[in-house]
Design a protein around this ligand. Structure first.
Ligand code: DP6
Length: 329
């Protein structure tokens, strides 16, 4: 058995969001969600088992990982060791090209890459569904980054076996997603805590759960039709609904900043001027804009002009997580 494996995974951006858990321990969501995997900002992770080591070591971008991340990785490896019946500690080297913890889905790519690399390094033979379930235990959204293009993550029946992501079949749409990095600092409230607080205290949460089911059904129809305008409209209203439910939490969770609002205004203006462009936002102030690839450079230029100095990147549909090499040392 090879004791080392390297995997690459890309972030995904939900067009119908996951916001709220039914089971905090197993990371089973309250709602189904649907996402697009990107072709930018990959995470590359190498897991090397070292049975002689007395603890796991986690390195992020060449330096010791922050304690909370190292603990999370180690807890994840405990799960893998549980499935593998042991295998000892590991050295985990992870390289993120996306700013970590800034609402740019670094946990999705990070945990998907870790799941694929660790499963191989510990000798588990898992199919994609099982990898998706495993990645889910690290971070819910990571379940979707196992797959390329568009993936739907099922809440299922509340059991570990019933909650996994899978590809959305038959989608030919190939939109661009323009990512405007309003602020790449680490967020004040983690999405995990924000989600918990929203479920526990927001009077709007039940309405969000109901509207989300309708959004998912309509999104699947719009994707099958290849209707970018409908996909964009549903994605934008779903994201704003998610932010509304967290704004109503007590105390409020507010990721939308003045800089975000300025860009949301700009996207609305673009539409009025005839460019189909639709905004979505996650657990941070950054704004992602879904549009036709032919319009992507123009949209990026408009966003840069609206917020001089910010970084703007253009993404398209990207691949699922995969092993990139094996070392039998
Ligand atoms: C706003 O997957 O990071 O990006 O399961 O607690 O690790 P945990 O949360 P995480 O939350 C992502 C929330 C979101 C929406 C989404 O990706 O669907």
């Amino acid at each position: 058995m090879s004791d080392r494996a390297t995997a690459v995974a890309h972030p995904n951006i939900a067009l119908v969001k996951y916001w709220g858990k039914r089971d905090d321990e197993l990371i089973i969501p309250r709602t189904d969600s649907l996402s697009m995997t990107l072709d930018i900002f990959p995470t590359v992770t190498t897991v090397t088992r070292d049975p002689a080591a007395r603890a796991d070591t986690v390195v992020l971008n060449g330096a010791a990982a922050p304690d909370d991340m190292a603990r999370r990785v180690s807890r994840f490896l405990d799960l893998v060791r549980g499935l593998a019946g042991g295998g000892g500690h590991a050295y985990v080297d992870t390289r993120n090209t996306v700013p970590t913890g800034a609402g740019l889905a670094s946990s999705a790519s990070g945990m998907a890459a870790l799941a694929v690399a660790a499963a191989r390094a510990y000798g588990l033979d898992l199919d994609e569904r099982a990898l998706s379930r495993l990645a889910r235990r690290g971070s819910g959204s990571a379940s979707r980054s196992i797959f390329g293009r568009f993936a739907v993550w099922h809440a299922g029946d509340g059991s570990d076996a019933g909650s996994y992501a899978e590809p959305v079949p038959g989608v030919t749409l190939d939109p661009a997603l323009v990512v405007a990095m309003v602020d790449t600092g680490v967020k004040a409230v983690s999405s995990r805590e924000a989600m918990r607080r929203t479920v526990a205290t927001s009077p709007l949460y039940d309405a969000w759960v109901q509207s989300s089911a309708a959004d998912l059904a309509e999104m699947q129809v719009a994707l099958a039709r290849g209707d970018l305008a409908a996909v964009g409209e549903i994605a934008e209203r779903n994201a704003l609904g998610m932010h509304a439910t967290m704004l109503a939490a007590r105390p409020a969770v507010r990721y939308i900043s003045a800089g975000s609002l300025a860009l949301l205004d700009r996207v609305a203006q673009l539409r009025q001027d005839g460019t189909p462009a639709y905004a979505t936002m996650d657990a941070g102030p950054n704004v992602k804009v879904l549009c036709d690839p032919a319009d992507a450079e123009g949209v990026a230029g408009v966003l840069r002009a609206a917020a001089p100095g910010i970084r703007v990147a253009i993404a398209h549909c990207g691949p699922g997580a995969r092993l990139v090499n094996e070392d039998a040392s």
